[in-house]
Design a protein around this ligand. Sequence first.
Ligand SMILES: *[C@@H]1O[C@H](CO)[C@@H](O)[C@H](O)[C@H]1NC(C)=O
Ligand SMILES: *[C@@H]1O[C@H](CO)[C@@H](O)[C@H](O)[C@H]1NC(C)=O
Ligand SMILES: *[C@@H]1O[C@H](CO)[C@@H](O)[C@H](O)[C@H]1NC(C)=O
Length: 292
Amino acid sequence: MGWWCTWGFCLGLCLLLTVTQPPSFPSCLGCLCPDHHTVNCSGQGLTGVPDSIPLDVRRLLLSNNWIPWIPSDFLVLYTDLVYLDLRNNSLSQLEPGTLSTSSRLVFLDLGNNNLTEIPSGTFGESRSLIKLRLGDNPYLTMVSRDVFTGLTSLRELELERNGLTGLDVRVLELLPSLNMVRLEGNPWLCNCHFAKLFVWLTNNQHKLPTGLEGIDCTLPLDGRRVPLSLLSEDSFRPCHRILTLADYLIVIFSGICVSVAAIMASFFLASTVHCFQRLSKISKGDEGEGND
Ligand SMILES: *[C@@H]1O[C@H](CO)[C@@H](O)[C@H](O)[C@H]1NC(C)=O
Ligand SMILES: *[C@@H]1O[C@H](CO)[C@@H](O)[C@H](O)[C@H]1NC(C)=O
Ligand SMILES: *[C@@H]1O[C@H](CO)[C@@H](O)[C@H](O)[C@H]1NC(C)=O
């Protein structure tokens, strides 16, 4: 009888414990899952992306880890993913297409990593993307001209404190919904390549949280750093006079054409003169014969 009591008590206790335990999802190993659609593995010392994440995850937080790369098929499975935070990891490159499969993605944070370039095709046509954070990647020096084409909903783009010295203005021009862009803290170089970007920035100052005065650039002549607010379109005026390689080729080619034409004209003139001289000699000879 006593034995049965003990056993029953244990069973009850076990049942009680099971019921009162907070809901735990089998695939939430070591991470926090505050609700059925959020997996928070922030600051877990991860050295790779976890591989047992629920397929219906909508918010995935992986910030403050040591993740060095994302497998190119990582996002293929998570078609409901809306929010992906990879801030403060060790990402140094993104395989093309890795992020292009996530058609519902609205928020993407790749800030505070070690990215060196954003090659074309990185984001594919993520038409839902509204906020893209790429700041604080100190070695990021190359943003491909067409990498953001197709991001028709993108409203906020962060590229602050990277290693950019220049940026093709089409990167920004092709974003129809853009209303905020951060570009401060880059080693911008105010050379002739910067002229078009400068015009765009001047016309879109309201999209810059720090304004033109918050963005510095290096002057090519004396290496001084000045805020963009101290420059004007006139500062880039000398650039309009600089000839491109095509201009030089046209000049050289025209020069050659003119020279050839001049030489041919001289030959023509010379032979004409020669002909006339011979003709006049012949006619003189005729006259002489006639006189005899
Ligand atoms: C994610 O978890 C970290 C602690 O691990 C916490 O500081 C942070 O607020 C959590 N974020 C969200 C959005 O729940
Ligand atoms: C980045 O993550 C590391 C590791 O979790 C942490 O020690 C560090 O404070 C984080 N840095 C920032 C700027 O959040
Ligand atoms: C970041 O990248 C730079 C240059 O590519 C490299 O020298 C450095 O070691 C990297 N740092 C980390 C933490 O991976």
